[in-house]
Ligand binder design. Structure first.
Ligand code: ADP
Ligand code: MG
Length: 397
């Protein structure tokens, strides 16, 4: 199916055409027309299949210029807010529709100015609520609410915020939820916020011939040395190495640099300015190895990521799907490699139930143990602990 076969505004079609969007993907073909009809929907499709356009097109088409904020897109991370915003700006190039971003870690005043001139706000829940409380963002005119990475937005870490935000929007709004993963309990919960949603589920995992999954059985204290070896062996064009905690990310980053590999870490412990500049650099291949917490697990669309390394095994099959989905996007190929140590077997078992992951062995390679590995890992994950107080348990990346 082509975009021209849908009831899409000529000005959006022109922008899509310029972007090289001619044929639609499966999820676009099946959800965009429903979105255009104004119906609530849950759209589930594999990573890198163009879900942003699937909701972005109906969103832009429904906006009335100069009538205040009518569209709200919520994302779990600032980086994804920025990316969705950039895509929406491209789609709306020829429409008189304006969007802005609203997320924490950056100055609030410029956001206040931009909200005044925007029909669409793309943001993370914390800062959106901040604006609501200050009276600088009114959600009374919201016609369309999108929860990108919707299963994440409705899980424990965000649900309280989402509930508050939704309570300020009109009941008449259209709500759309998109993600590659949609666990049953979340679909159930979503029904509290969506009106008779149409649930469209397309292929949810990347085909095996495009994305290869491998793992190595390793010893905990040898992981850093093995990762270095695998990077030398695989020579990734661009790679993301996922760790469980900020501290582990920094450790791996320092270790790789000490071994002469150009890398940077990306996690919530950096200032937003640093996060932004590291991610921009990585888009240009400088550095070509990014060590990240799950802050980078969802939604990010970075061209030419050839390898995903799970230095630490992800929490479950959903997070695995999102992490490895940073490669093999939109028909490209990719490789995912997971390091599994004895202690990880229970969580790894839950993942292999859904995924064919082939075991490899290190052959003649003799890893070198690193002592400092123990010093942070024996105390368990740091990233998920602190920040307590009376606030809800928000996941710290
Ligand atoms: P998802 O949200 O499903 O993970 P994205 O919306 O990030 O996927 O899209 C993945 C990539 O594919 C992006 O670079 C996007 O610009 C591109 N893309 C999406 N739809 C099309 C299309 N119909 N034609 C060409 N490129 C597309
Ligand atoms: Mg997406």
């Amino acid at each position: 199916m082509k975009f021209t076969e849908m009831k899409i505004d000529q000005r959006i079609l022109k922008a899509l055409h310029e972007m090289g969007f001619i044929e639609c993907t499966d999820i676009q073909a099946r959800t965009t027309p429903i979105g255009l009809e104004g119906k609530d929907l849950i759209g589930q499709a594999m990573t890198g299949s163009g879900k942003t356009a699937a909701f972005g097109i109906p969103l832009i088409q429904k906006m009335e210029p100069k009538k205040g904020v009518q569209g709200l897109v919520l994302t779990p991370t600032r980086e994804l807010a920025e990316q969705d915003y950039a895509e929406i700006v491209k789609f709306s190039k020829y429409c008189n529709v304006h969007a802005c971003t609203v997320y924490g870690g950056v100055a609030i005043d410029p956001q206040i100015m931009k909200i005044r001139n925007s029909e669409i706000v793309v943001g993370t829940p914390g800062r959106v609520m901040d604006h609501m409380q200050r009276g600088t963002l009114s959600l009374r005119g919201i016609k369309i609410l999108v929860l990108d990475e919707g299963d994440r937005m409705l899980d424990m870490g965000f649900i309280d915020d989402i509930r508050k935000i939704i309570s300020q929007t009109p009941h008449s709004r259209q709500t759309m939820l998109f993600s590659a993963t949609m666990p049953d309990p979340i679909i159930h919960l979503a029904r509290n916020y969506l009106k008779n949603p149409v649930h469209i589920k397309t292929q949810s995992q990347i085909s095996e011939h495009l994305l290869k999954h491998y793992y190595y059985d390793v010893r905990r204290d040898e992981k850093a040395s093995i990762l270095k070896h695998l990077i030398d062996k695989e020579k990734p064009h661009l790679a993301i190495v996922f760790t469980a905690t900020r501290r582990a990310a920094d450790f791996v980053d320092r270790y790789l640099q000490s071994q002469g590999i150009e890398s940077r870490s990306l996690h919530g412990g950096h200032t937003q300015a640093t996060r932004t500049s590291i991610l921009e650099g990585f888009h240009r291949g400088k550095p070509h190895i990014l060590i990240a917490t799950d802050v980078a697990a969802r939604g990010l669309d970075i061209k030419n990521v050839s390898h995903i390394f799970n230095y630490d095994v992800p929490n479950g099959p959903e997070e695995y799907t999102h992490r490895v989905g940073r490669t093999a996007r939109f028909g490209k190929t990719g490789i995912s490699i997971t390091l599994v140590c004895k202690e990880d077997h229970p969580s790894f078992q839950r993942i292999v139930r859904y995924m064919d992951i082939e075991k490899l062995d290190l052959g003649a390679f003799k890893p070198t143990p690193t002592r400092s590995m123990h010093s942070y890992e024996d105390r368990g994950g740091f990233g998920h602990r602190g920040g307590g107080g009376f606030r809800r348990p928000r996941r710290r990346y």
